[in-house]
Ligand binder design. Structure first.
Ligand SMILES: [Ca+2]
Length: 169
């Protein structure tokens, strides 16, 4: 009795595999790293998985180094049909920085958390605490980065249309 059941299960799983393979795009598939721009190389052991754009499909992020200018940054690749890629730093400006070589802590912040940027006194440069008027409840997982010693850093998060940066202390 066991054998026929096993065979049926095998046939069913074969059929479902076939369906997926013929489908236009497999959402369970890993992001295709051939999408990494030629100018960038991935920094080892800095990969992050998370649903950064909030569509319930796990995306890819990593620290990267630009081979042309040696500047570091962040690469995000959406696990979607078009595998959209986004680069911050590595020569591209984000919050007046083009090099994110200072990152030591690099991790995800779960969607649903509320984030706010640090309020900085424009004249004195004093840190005044989180600006709660800009509170944002993350709709996708955020990417948090900072320097270990000073805790200065930021968050990159999807605001529904594009990625946004908040300075965090
Ligand atoms: Ca996603």
């Amino acid at each position: 009795m066991r054998l026929p059941v096993t065979i049926i299960i095998l046939i069913l799983s074969f059929l479902s595999c076939k369906e997926k393979r013929e489908g236009k795009f497999e959402h369970n598939k890993e992001v295709d790293l051939a999408r990494v721009p030629d100018s960038l190389e991935l920094v080892a052991n800095t990969f992050l998985k998370g649903d950064f754009n909030g569509d319930n499909i796990i995306d890819f992020a990593s620290q990267v180094k630009n081979k042309n200018n040696q500047k570091n940054g962040i690469l995000i690749i959406h696990n979607s049909e078009n595998q959209e890629t986004y680069v911050f730093g590595a020569g591209k400006e984000v919050d007046n920085m083009t090099d994110l070589k200072w990152i030591e802590i690099f991790e995800t912040i779960p969607k649903g958390e509320i984030v706010a940027p640090e309020l900085v006194d424009e004249e004195t440069g004093d840190l005044l605490g989180p600006d709660e008027s800009q509170n944002f409840k993350l709709t996708g997982d955020g990417i948090y980065m900072s320097v270990t010693e000073t805790h200065g850093g930021g968050i990159i998060f999807w605001n529904g249309k594009k990625y946004q940066w908040y300075h965090i202390e």
